[in-house]
Structures are given as structure tokens and as C-alpha cells.
Design a protein around this ligand. Structure first.
Ligand code: MTE
Ligand code: MO
Length: 320
């Protein structure tokens, strides 16, 4: 059959978030560069990989009408075996293979900065602060592939309201865990660890973003960012920071990992925008994982009605 599996997609389509521009530096630093390069499709049958789905039940959740799409959902197999999570390796199949011994419990989250009561909170307590909702969202990676995923999570805006940000809170900064003993990718400076991301406060208060704790009705698998990861459906996938240990409200715009690495290629906003080309490729089309043909990418990933007003008056070609 001519159906393309993710592993057969031309490497030119799936190599972008590599350290292309910085290879020399990394070579100089003595990093094993072989792991960073594009993988050529392997003709041999792929070895079966385990599915490290985090054990444990998810608390009750309701289905949100907010942004449910009727589009066909990406198979659980693809959602959990075609991942970007450099803490576990740079290949799409690395996270499923390497995340099995990561321990997502016990887990605490630091709530810091411009909010009423900075504190460290156990994730199970955090999950009681606002009701969990299931939302089916289109996700679009900067590498021109996309998925439709039923997430379960805490509405971020509702949570932030409970935390009572001060008037100085203009941005939200998120930080991932550093745990090299459980995350083999952190043994090398593939990215500057920890992975960090940020949103403007009004983006964070929009009803769409959620802090996911599950998918397909089950506890979030390790490779998808257990136990807590951000989901922002109108932005490129790299905004969806995984394994969050800190949420900080700030008055200055936080840096975000891919912007630190290659500022000409990856901006702070990272809104899905088919009209803004990445310096090395067009962003106009995408391949839904599981589909053969590409489709046109939609402005704001199809969520323009809900989010375009956040950017009125901004030049989205400059603020990419
Ligand atoms: N901590 C951390 N979060 C991360 C990444 C990462 O490497 N480390 N990759 C990002 C990118 S580029 C994408 S496309 C999404 C992929 O999420 P998924 O594997 O659940 O589809 O996670 C994002 N969050
Ligand atoms: Mo991505």
C-alpha cells in the first residue's frame, strides 16, 4: 500500500527543529551529532515499541463544547508513538521507547511570581482547583504535521483566576522538569535545559488553553508530557511544554526554548500562520498524521474566531 507511515515521510518534512544552524558549535562541544541529524526512512520493519502509559485513574471530567471538532481523531498509536520530546531523544519514536521509567508521581508544581499566594502545590491538589474538561483539539507542529487529539485538562484561565494574579502579571512562564537520570536526552546539551515556554497573560486567560493531565480519557502517557503539559491549540506544537514543574507570573516577556535557540526561526508568539513562512520552509500546508494528502493550514489552526482579536493591530509577520 502507498499509505505513508510517519517514519516514511520525507526527511525534509520532518527535520526542522534540529540544531541545523548550530551544528558547528555542538561539534566543537563534542556532542554526538549523529543523534541530531535527520533520520532516513528505515526499510527494515520497525521493532515493536512499548507504550509507557502512566498507571492510575483520571478524576472525573466533563466534555467541553468549547472547541470540539468533529474531524477524525488521530489514532492513540500515533498520538503516543510520534512525539517531540527532546528530553527523551530527538527521534519521533524515542519518547515512546525511552520515557517508560520516568516517574510522574509524586509531583509538585511551584506557583511563583505575581500572584496572591506563591506556593508549591501537589499536583493532586492543583487538579482539584478547577474542574477537568475533555477537549478535542487540532494540534499543528511547526514541522508541518498535525493531529487531532482528545485532551483532558484544567482550563488554564480558570486556574489562573483562582491564583489571583497581581496587576503586574503580564506574562506566564512555564518550566519543565530537569531529571537527567530519568531523561536520557538531558545528558547532552541538545537544548538548553530546562525547556521553558511562555504566554501573554491575555492569551493564557483565553478559554482555549488547557493544562493537560490526560488524553483519550486516560492519564497522560509519559511521552506526551505526564503528568502536566500545556496545550494551546492555535499555536505551533513547541508552545505545548511538557512535564511542567513551575508556573510563574511575570511582568516581562519570558524567553522560550526554541526562540533562545534560533530567534530568526521561532518567535515568542508561534501562532499557526500559513502566510508566514519559516525561513527554511513554507508553513502553508500540513499533513495530518494518518492522511496521505496534505491539506491547507488554517490561520490560527482554525481557531481564528476565538483568538484573532488577541492580536488586532499587531503585524503577525513581525510578531511570528
Ligand atoms: N519539555 C518539552 N516539551 C515539549 C517538547 C520538548 O522537547 N520538551 N517538544 C515540543 C514540541 S516541538 C511539540 S510538537 C510537542 C509535541 O507534543 P506530543 O508529542 O504530545 O504530540 O511538545 C512540545 N513540548
Ligand atoms: Mo513541534
Amino acid at each position: 500500500m502507498l499509505i505513508k507511515k510517519p517514519s516514511d515521510v520525507a526527511s525534509s518534512e520532518i527535520t526542522p527543529e534540529q540544531l541545523y544552524l548550530r551544528r558547528r558549535e555542538f561539534l566543537a562541544a563534542g556532542v554526538a551529532i549523529a543523534t541530531l541529524g535527520p533520520r532516513v526512512a528505515n526499510a527494515a520493519a520497525p521493532a515493536p515499541v512499548p507504550s509507557p502509559v502512566t498507571p492510575g485513574a483520571l478524576p472525573a471530567f466533563t466534555k467541553s463544547p468549547l472547541s470540539t471538532t468533529t474531524e477524525k481523531q488521530t489514532s492513540l498509536e500515533d498520538v503516543t508513538h510520534y512525539n517531540n520530546y527532546y528530553e527523551f531523544g530527538t527521534n519521533k519514536t524515542d519518547p515512546a521507547e525511552n520515557a517508560g521509567s520516568f516517574k510522574p508521581r509524586p509531583w509538585t508544581v511551584k506557583l511563583e511570581g505575581e500572584l496572591a499566594k506563591p506556593r508549591t502545590i501537589d499536583l493532586d491538589e492543583l487538579m482539584k482547583m478547577v474542574p477537568l474538561e475533555e477537549r478535542i483539539y487540532r494540534m499543528r507542529c511547526v514541522e508541518a504535521w498535525s493531529m487531532v487529539i482528545p485532551w483532558v485538562g484544567l482550563p488554564l484561565g480558570a486556574l489562573l483566576k483562582k491564583l489571583a494574579p497581581t496587576s503586574k502579571a503580564k506574562f506566564v512562564e512555564f518550566t519543565s522538569i530537569v531529571r537527567p537520570e530519568e531523561m536520557p536526552g538531558q545528558g547532552a546539551p541538545i537544548l538548553p535545559w530546562p525547556y521553558v515556554e511562555g504566554l501573554r497573560i491575555d492569551e493564557a486567560m483565553n478559554p482555549l488553553p488547557i493544562l493537560a493531565v490526560g488524553l483519550y480519557g486516560k492519564v497522560l502517557p509519559n511521552q506526551n508530557g505526564a503528568p502536566l503539559r500545556l496545550v494551546v491549540p492555535w499555536k505551533y506544537g513547541f508552545k505545548g511544554i511538557k512535564a511542567i514543574v513551575k508556573i510563574k507570573l511575570t511582568d516581562t516577556q519570558p524567553r522560550n526554548t526554541w526562540n533562545i535557540l534560533a530567534p530568526e526561526e521561532y518567535g515568542f508568539y508561534a501562532n499557526v500562520n500559513p502566510k508566514h513562512d519559516h525561513p527554511r520552509w513554507s508553513q502553508a500546508k500540513e499533513r495530518r498524521i494518518g492522511d496521505f494528502f496534505k491539506r491547507d493550514t488554517l490561520m490560527f489552526n482554525g481557531y481564528a474566531d476565538q483568538v484573532a482579536s488577541l492580536y488586532s493591530g499587531m503585524d503577525l509577520d513581525k510578531n511570528f
